[in-house]
Ligand binder design. Sequence first.
Ligand code: FAD
Length: 592
Amino acid sequence: MLFVMKELAGLDRVAALPGYEDAGLDTAAAVLEECAKFNEGVVAPLNADGDLNPSSWHDGAVRTTPGFKQAFRQFAQGGWQGLQHPPEFGGQGLPKLIGAACIEMVNSANLSFALCPLLTDGAIEALLTAGSDEQKAAYIPPMVDGRWTGTMNLTEPQAGSDLSLVRTRAEPQPDGSYKLFGTKIFITYGEHDMADNIVHLVLARVSGAPEGVKGISLFLCPKVLPDGTGNDVHCVSIEHKLGIKASPTAVLQYGDGTPASIADRAGPGAVAQLVGQENRGLETMFIMMNAARFAVGVQGIALAERAYQAAVHYARDRVQGRPVDGSLNAAATIIHHPDVRRMLMTMRAHTEACRALALVAAAAYDAAHAHPDAAVRAENRAFYEFMVPLVKGLSTEMSLDVASLGVQVHGGMGFIEETGAAQFLRDAKILTIYEGTTAIQANDLVGRKTARDGGATARAIAARIEATEVELNARASAAGRAMAQRLAAGRRAFLDAVAFVAGQGKSDPNAVYAGSVPYLMLAGTVVAGWQMARALIAAEDQLAGGGDTDFMQAKIATARFYADHILVKATSLRDAIVDGAEAVTALALESF
Ligand SMILES: Cc1cc2nc3c(=O)[nH]c(=O)nc-3n(C[C@H](O)[C@H](O)[C@H](O)COP(=O)(O)OP(=O)(O)OC[C@H]3O[C@@H](n4cnc5c(N)ncnc54)[C@H](O)[C@@H]3O)c2cc1C
């Protein structure tokens, strides 16, 4: 993590931004060290427990896995919730670059646990951007210090990927507040016992608002009202799931029934406040969603890292089969077999590449927010926004592949629950679904991020990749030149796909969207490969300067593996996008 921060993401440049002066390498190293200790000691041991003994619902109340509540208290007391949030609200004001690495650690330790702070971060960010001064003062400090937590209430039975179908109703009240009526489903940590209050951020429609996304507003609706009474929002059940079993996924009923505690209020309905302006809710929610999408991408990296570590551990231990090169006259540990090495290298290279992608994006986010020059801010914002669907889409899809390889490395024992490898695979699957499925990320990349500016941002990124190729070609090393060749082929494939997406979007949308997910995978693979190329350059330079030899050689070997085994897929993705669109829609609907 420190290597990526320092050599690829420009930690020094981030620490030179106003407000981040204390966020240099020493701070980053100290924070990561403490974060690792905390997560290893307190959070990770609860991961398997949560799978075996999930959150449970009884009579409207949710009890989390034993140990979660205490762990969350320690998390809050350690200041981990406030890491990236502004000091004026009790946070530590560290850049996203350092915060993202800490988020990776807590998710590696325990994905189910980490979801609670993840959603709270999103709620804080939404209020920081769109909340009134009163809302900020009342709701942000208790969330930053972990006494309260936050949720994101978008989904309804008929409104999943398509939020224009949201039906939850908001009735304006004479005192300027609103009352909410409706059902939200799949609300992560929508009810739990780990905090004193839960701040729900809810998408709803003010009575008489226009149809579609233009009529959606954002509301803040606490579980417990400021006067200490319970609000009219109830958890009517929680879901039974494939993975992340410890994290409660709640069905919330707003405004159904009048609890005795609020019987003196004017009728039923969950008391809520508008956040921002009426009918502009989706824009604000996008702030929260973008923060959460990035964080879910980091969840993928976190899970892949843990699956990789477990697989390496097992492969060093399990004895089976003689080495094909005859180097041992008896059965050896399976890590000796080239195919096991291929699996481990695939897991490692994917994880490192996606981590580099995410942390480079995080540094761009920091510059987009804090750089004094408006033009630099704008350039970084465009880069970061292009990166969000890549971080979310690529890292989560790869985490599923990596977790599946993790099971494969374990052989039959991987399929048996005791090793934990199976839990990683089950937990990974949700990552490609929530916060927008991979297809929704791909739609965003195609429509808003590529076609809208005619491919300009994508081409600017390709130009930066080309500059790295020039640097690689100028090197004496065989690894550098081989990487340059693969990267150039990947970049050309990417540019062909950009031209196709930006050019055909209007005339033949079906053809473009038939390749939207492959386009996301292509863009992600090439941009992540670019980071691996930069890592190779940095590692070779460090090696020449007498840096940690084993570490730097491992960086070079992993980058080379990425080039030869993963980056090579870019050209076939290009063919599928540009030449394969027709085949996707050739079969008539009735023929399925
Ligand atoms: C465990 C869990 C936790 C969750 N937590 C939260 C939460 O905290 N808050 C919250 O609000 N929601 C939450 N969700 C909901 C989640 O965000 C949605 O499930 C997700 O957005 C997909 O919506 P859907 O399930 O309705 O699937 P659908 O929208 O019905 O999608 C079904 C399939 O159709 C595809 N599809 C749909 N539309 C398009 C399109 N336009 N283009 C291409 N393909 C398309 C999808 O990619 C998918 O493959 C959670 C869900 C789960 C399972």
